[in-house]
Design a protein around this ligand. Structure first.
Ligand code: BDP
Length: 690
């Protein structure tokens, strides 16, 4: 570029930013403060009956942000407060005269402080307060799929927050900021490393580093957990086997647990992915998941640690992948040690934009089971697409399992209320990274927030969570909040529509899972890793027959769901292709043929995102320029991607249906042949799109 051009360019850029400033006088925000943006000059009067690191935090948060009557914090071990559990609290009083906060444990005071600050920030404080809050799940845990080299499996917001290379000497200020953000929404645990775990995480050197992070988190009552690799005794301990029934192996795990607890006395426990997707596990030695889980549980039991054993297991057999977790785990129900909890993904396959709930929820009754959600949007457009996930989480939690008749929702089956287990837990695969705004997309922060809020109270509505998040993260302006809440509530359904409507699933491009590749086929790849396994399109129709005549996955659900899903006439159309191979001409409830309905769903997804762009542009006056432009930019990507998805899927399925796309639907703008040539690698997507 010559100099004149350079100067002109510079001038243009300056004028552009001046214009932006003139249009938008709100101070630019980089999103680093998340939803914790209250002014900190309140100078409130706050006192407590005890002193501790956690109580100091509670006092400091209130002192700097609370604008109301003096607050007295009381922690008391009185018997009549036991029902509050470790995390619950009571708040009473009048916001103009005096407020009393009481808890059984210090962390209750911490959560109460954040509760009060939130109520104030969203304008929901009644004059007279009388609140009792007890979280629904005891353990509310983030799972980080972070590798030791700081890459993040399925992470779309930069590198891992854990700076292993600098630890233990240098301590990033973000450890505390992260802990604070979690505590503010009630999250109380973090699994620091990837479920595809390196054995090295348990080395003495790494444990010294983990200890530092645990120390940073402790005042915020975030417990640290680690994912372990089942063959650590061989890989790290140089034993000749990792057989769970071998005495030396058992001893190795006991010693390892002792070593960890010497460093981290409140260590939470282990998360285990075993015999899944090529990882080692007890079955390598002819043992079972039960043998493996109980052996690890015995090592942790003396320290009150727990084992979260994942049910995400499947093998390339003739058997329907969606049935395998249930088949593997149900026979062991009731035989696990009391400190084992089975961690089950929300759906039977894998974090798809929509799945029915996993039939293990409700079916496993004698063993505690915890739901695992994915907050990071591996299958929902990464950090490029705006998809508010509270509706997805709630769709699962509110699903009726019929395990004990009406009222046996997934939430009730897992929060301890239905089956009375001693441990209850819920996990979300984190979407955080070292990006300045933590999550990549400004709206992805809402999913972290929503996970925490629902883990605390799954009865909260998606709408209220969105409203409170928006008010704290952007502005209290009612027009903004109402308009964008509506957009958020529509956003996940829009993604389902332009990616995989009507029960379609796993038709993603191989590997990165970003774009569409329903045609993807390699002769040497496991069939259950390829889209045709899931959509089974042919000239007759499309969809996976899981009815009694097909794989019979419907039989894993209680009556009346079993029968409802089994019958194409009664099956919820949102799950139609999940359970049925549907003929192209099948008549849908709308009166349209199935093919037409499919086309309209894809179109609807595209139309929705275009509408989101318009809506966002209209609220420009309420948003600072930095975040406004970023969201606007990401919505453009999302719009283009939605058309890409629609064209790819409709053109591909059309090769089977041989039907025309209804004429009132936008014509494809891409050629199938060209779309089939796209080969994105994960780093490319991040580079191109960010
Ligand atoms: C799949 C992800 C893979 C994870 C796996 C899991 O593609 O990266 O390792 O889930 O949950 O969805 O273990």
């Amino acid at each position: 570029m010559n100099n004149i051009n350079k100067t002109t360019t510079k001038c243009c850029i300056t004028i552009f930013f001046l214009c932006l400033l003139a249009i938008n006088t709100l101070q630019a925000e980089d999103g680093s403060n998340l939803w914790l943006r209250s002014e900190t000059n309140a100078n409130a009067t706050v006192s407590a009956n005890k002193q501790s690191a956690a109580i100091d935090i509670a006092i400091n948060e209130l002192r700097t942000q609370w604008r109301g009557a003096p607050i007295q914090l009381t922690v008391s071990s009185a018997k009549n407060l036991r029902y509050l559990g470790n995390d619950g609290f009571m708040i009473s009083g009048n916001i103009n005269t005096k407020i009393t906060v009481t808890a059984f444990s210090e962390q209750g005071l911490l959560y109460a402080a954040y509760h009060l600050i939130r109520l104030q920030a969203v304008g929901n404080l009644p004059e007279n307060i009388d609140i009792v809050e007890i979280p629904k799940y005891q353990l509310r845990i983030l799972n980080h799929w972070d590798n030791l080299n700081r890459s993040i499996e399925r992470g779309y917001a930069g590198k891992s927050l854990w700076e292993w290379e600098k630890l233990p000497a240098e301590i990033s200020p973000r450890y505390k900021e992260y802990a604070r953000a979690n505590a503010s929404v009630g999250i109380n645990g973090s699994v620091l490393n990837n479920v595809n775990a390196s054995p090295q995480i348990l080395s003495a050197e790494m444990l010294e580093k983990v200890k530092i992070i645990a120390d940073e988190f402790r005042p915020y009552h975030i417990k640290v957990y680690l994912s372990i690799n089942f063959s650590s005794p061989v890989e790290l301990g140089k034993l000749s086997t990792s057989d769970p029934l071998d005495k030396d192996v058992q001893k190795w795990w006991k010693n390892k647990a002792d070593e960890i607890y010497r460093l981290i006395p409140d260590f939470g426990g282990f998360l285990v992915k075993a015999n899944s997707e090529g990882l080692p596990g007890p079955q390598d030695f002819g043992r079972t998941h039960l043998d493996g889980a109980n052996m690890i549980a015995d090592a942790l039991a003396p320290h009150n640690g727990i084992v979260m054993w994942r049910a995400f297991v499947y093998n390339p057999t003739d058997n329907d992948r969606a049935k395998q977790a249930y088949q593997e785990f149900m026979p062991f129900d009731g035989q696990f040690r009391s400190n084992v909890i089975i961690q089950v993904k929300n759906g039977p396959v894998d974090f798809q934009p929509r799945e029915p709930f996993s039939p293990l929820f409700g079916a496993m009754q004698k063993t505690p089971v915890m739901p695992e959600f994915q907050i990071t949007q591996e299958y929902l457009g990464f950090s490029n697409h705006l998809a508010y996930l509270a509706p997805l989480f709630k769709e699962c939690l509110d699903s009726e399992t019929y395990a004990r008749g009406n009222g046996s929702t997934v939430a009730a089956a897992t929060d301890g209320s239905l089956f009375g287990h001693n441990i209850s837990a819920i996990a979300g695969v984190a979407n955080t990274g070292d990006n300045v705004n933590w999550c990549g997309h400004p709206f992805a922060q809402a999913n972290w927030y929503a996970f925490g809020r629902l883990a605390w109270n799954h009865n909260l509505s998606s709408e209220n969570i969105a409203r409170e998040w928006l008010k704290q993260t952007f502005t209290n302006n009612e027009e903004f909040v109402t308009t964008i809440t509506d957009l958020m509530l529509r956003s996940r359904e829009a993604v389902v529509d332009y990616m995989m409507p009507l029960g379609l699933h796993h038709i993603f491009a191989m590997g990165h899972h970003y774009g569409p590749e329903p045609w993807c086929y390699f002769p040497n790849v496991r069939p259950d890793w390829l889209p045709p396994y899931y959509h089974k399109a042919d000239s007759a129709g499309v969809g996976f027959d899981r009815t009694e005549k097909g794989s019979n996955a419907v039989s894993q659900y209680f009556s009346p769901l079993h029968e409802e899903f089994n019958d194409i006439k009664t099956c919820d159309e949102r799950f139609l292709l999940w359970f049925h191979h549907v003929e192209w001409n099948y008549e849908m409830k709308s009166g349209r043929t199935f093919w037409d309905e499919l086309c309209y769903h894809y179109q609807h997804g595209v139309t929705e995102v275009r509408d989101f762009q318009k809506i966002w542009d209209k609220v420009e006056q309420y948003v600072d320029a930095e975040r406004f432009v970023l969201v606007q930019y990401k919505l453009r990507i999302q719009s283009r991607d939605a058309v890409w998805w629609k064209d790819a899927c409709l053109l591909y399925f059309q090769t089977f249906s041989k039907k025309h796309i209804p004429y009132d639907i936008e014509r494809p703008i891409y050629d199938l042949d060209d779309l089939m040539k796209i080969r994105l690698k994960e780093p490319d997507i991040i580079k191109i799109k960010n």
